[in-house]
Design a protein around this ligand. Structure first.
Ligand code: NAI
Ligand code: 15L
Length: 266
């Protein structure tokens, strides 16, 4: 069992989903987010809540003290102008890993994103080792985070699982999600496996359910994690396959979907 586990972005959509299951897998859960969103949360029983803006290095160092493992969700989660993404995702993820190194943290489960490869055409089958093609500022920031994870493994031995999460919603809502969806149950299981699998090194895995229309091959990475998805988007197909992703033609053509229709921000 993990001793002290930190969950960043705890007040966000996925943080709220993961906090309770994570609490059961550790002796002490620390939940963290920006002060405002954190104040809206009822922490799971026994969890410690610590407000922290990860873009501030000193605050990140205080937060990581005594932490053995991290599920890092905190940051901007959508495409948008560069400055907020620079602060929260680029600076924030660097600060988190730098603080983890100083604290002797052993493992980070990093919420990367499918938008690291979002400029590949719809239908192209990808392995985690295939060329990255970020689809905007957000995708670029997640690619930077994967680089931070790699460097902190190669130089300092911190293990990471970088999860290129697809579309984590209660149900698939459109045609794209028939390929990209991950169910809440599968997401929880994937994060748990990423925390607990022995000797992961620095591993990249896409995060999706067992969708027959998927574009991302994960067999090898999932085998290393001991993860097998239980759900599939296919039962929703007749309801959503005629629903296009918002964002026009480019959003239909490329894997990143609607994020491709956002920006530039001149
Ligand atoms: P969300 O936007 O609901 O939650 C993100 C949380 O991070 C928010 O509570 C926010 O206050 C916090 N945050 C923002 N800036 C911060 C900073 N500077 N310091 C500390 N905390 C900060 O996002 P969601 O949907 O819960 O996603 C969680 C993570 O998973 C994000 O990193 C997102 O990029 C990633 N992800 C999510 C996917 C999804 O389908 N929901 C798909 C792929 C990746
Ligand atoms: C993400 O990375 C986003 O955080 C989330 O809001 C969804 O848009 C998801 O990707 C997706 O691609 O569906």
């Amino acid at each position: 069992m993990i001793d002290t586990l930190l969950l960043t972005g705890a007040a966000g959509t996925l943080g709220r989903l993961l906090a309770e299951p994570l609490r059961m897998r550790c002796r002490q859960l620390v939940i963290s987010d920006l002060a405002g969103p954190l104040a809206t949360l009822a922490p799971p029983h026994g969890a410690r809540a610590v407000a922290c803006d990860l873009s501030a290095a000193a605050a990140a160092r205080d937060l990581l003290r005594g932490v053995d493992a991290v599920v890092h969700l905190g940051g901007v989660s959508v495409e948008g102008p560069f400055e907020p993404i620079l602060e929260a995702n680029i600076r924030g993820t660097f600060n988190l890993y730098d603080a983890a190194r100083r604290a002797g943290t052993r493992r980070v489960v990093y919420a990367s994103s499918n938008h690291v490869t979002g400029c590949h055409p719809v239908g192209t089958q990808l392995d985690p080792a295939d060329e990255t093609r970020p689809d905007g500022h957000y995708g670029l920031s997640k690619l930077f985070g994967e680089g931070v994870a790699r460097m902190h493994h190669d130089r300092y031995g911190i293990e990471s699982v970088c999860l290129r999460i697809g579309t984590a919603t209660p149900e698939p809502a459109d045609r794209r999600a028939l390929s990209t969806w991950i169910s809440p149950r599968d997401l929880i299981a994937l994060v748990m496996a990423s925390l607990e699998a022995p000797q992961v090194g620095c591993l990249i895995a896409y995060g999706l359910s067992d969708n027959p229309r998927r574009w991302w091959n994960c067999d090898e990475a999932w085998a290393r994690l001991g993860f097998r998805p239980q759900d599939s988007a296919e039962p929703w197909a007749s309801r959503v396959e005629s629903v296009p992703v918002p964002g026009g033609q480019i959003a239909q053509a490329l894997q990143g979907g609607s994020f491709l229709s956002i920006g530039p921000f001149d």
